[in-house]
Design a protein around this ligand. Structure first.
Ligand SMILES: NC(=O)C1=CN([C@@H]2O[C@H](COP(=O)(O)OP(=O)(O)OC[C@H]3O[C@@H](n4cnc5c(N)ncnc54)[C@H](O)[C@@H]3O)[C@@H](O)[C@H]2O)C=CC1
Ligand SMILES: O=C([O-])CC(=O)C(=O)O
Length: 337
């Protein structure tokens, strides 16, 4: 009788524990007062899977948090002071840490031109994350993503807490753009356009695979390819010195965070292209590569092969790999330590 009751109680406790573990998701945004950070924080506040939203920036995070906290969804929002202890408290217990901290491009700049400023910003935030949220999923948005992601890996390795399954460069905006541009050409709903984009996140390293979509006829469409590879430049030019994509990036970052949360909470078959430490081209000296990744409770559960490509896409991939290799030596020469 007692045993049966204990078993029942323990089953209830287990349920209660897993339910609360499932329901409690702290998400931290570093750079939360910026052009991306503010709308990203807003979208995360609207996500019922997020229960605790922690906002940190070197300026204005408490103000942004006060504003967002009035939105009538259940999550708690806290803005942290720009101090080491504020940063540590923002990170403690986080399941996901999104990093859009750093400077954006101006017309005439490449993403690599941001390296000197953003590498040290990302490095310092990564040091704090390695200390205060070593098990969190780290989502790097700050450019140049092809280089800032390896920097985070190095910091985590040095701290002895690196888990490659939990480090992601956010390339979702390339996927979002590709599906939107295709839908504009084809007169379809972008929701139905799943375009895989592999490689990295700048210029020729962005490789959309139209042969694997429902529109293989788009392989070889030079204007479309240019828009996908250089969509970021389109926005930088249109903003004319006032920054780069912020609103579409916020949506893309919120979508990737939502995918991770869904997968962590047990949904199967959640797949997103993302820039991760990858075995696919290690034999060519390339440690990080974006391809479709199956997400799960442990982060990046499975890195999918690039698959069969059209001959034109093979050429694009060659150019991508050559550029990513240059990136490797670039990081090695500018470790940002
Ligand atoms: N991965 C992607 O697809 C995309 C990446 N980006 C990149 O995202 C980054 C941010 O862009 P925006 O939000 O437009 O820039 P922004 O200048 O509007 O915002 C950046 C924010 O970072 C904060 N910040 C700077 N140093 C910090 C530190 N040490 N700790 C915490 N916060 C810090 C600033 O105070 C500012 O609020 C840029 O590097 C940009 O190139 C932009 C669009 C797409
Ligand atoms: O172009 C930029 O500098 C910002 C970015 O990464 C994008 O919009 O894809």
């Amino acid at each position: 009788m007692f045993a049966a009751r204990r078993a029942f109680t323990s089953a209830l406790q287990t349920r209660a524990f897993s339910a609360s573990a499932r329901d409690l998701s702290k998400v931290t945004v570093l750079g939360a007062a910026g052009g991306i950070g503010q709308p990203l924080s807003l979208l995360l506040k609207l996500n019922p899977r997020v229960t605790d939203l922690a906002l940190y920036d070197i300026r204005l995070a408490p103000g942004v948090a006060a504003d967002i906290s009035h939105i009538n969804t259940k999550s708690k929002v806290t803005g942290y002071e720009p101090t080491p202890s504020g940063l540590d408290a923002a990170l403690k217990g986080a399941e996901i840490v999104l990093i859009p901290a750093g400077v954006p491009r101006k017309p005439g700049m490449t993403r690599d031109d941001l390296f000197n400023t953003n590498a040290s910003i990302v490095r310092d935030l990564a040091k704090a994350a390695a200390k205060s949220s070593p098990n969190a999923n780290i989502l790097v948005i700050s450019n140049p993503v092809n280089s800032t992601v390896p920097i985070v890996a190095e910091v985590f390795k040095k701290a002895g807490v690196y888990n490659p399954k939990r480090l992601f460069g956010v390339t979702t905006l390339d996927v979002v753009r590709a599906s939107r541009f295709v839908s504009e050409l084809k007169g379809t709903d972008p929701v139905d356009e799943n375009i895989t984009v592999v490689g990295g996140h700048s210029g020729v390293t962005i490789v959309p695979l139209f042969s694997q979509s429902s529109h293989p006829d788009l392989v070889g469409n030079a204007a479309l390819l240019k828009r996908v590879q250089f969509g970021g430049d389109e926005v930088v030019q249109a903003k004319d010195g006032a920054g780069s994509a912020t609103l579409s990036m916020a949506m893309a970052g919120a979508r990737f965070a939502e995918s991770l949360l869904k997968a962590a909470q047990g949904q199967k078959g959640v797949i997103e292209p993302t820039f991760v430490e990858s075995p696919l081209y290690k034999d060519q000296g390339i440690d990080f590569f974006a391809s479709k990744v199956e997400l799960g409770p442990n982060g990046a559960e499975k890195i999918l092969e690039v698959g069969k490509l059209a001959p034109e896409e093979e050429k694009l991939l060659e150019a991508c790999l050559a550029d990513l290799k240059k990136g490797v030596s670039f990081v090695a020469q500018n470790p940002g330590n």
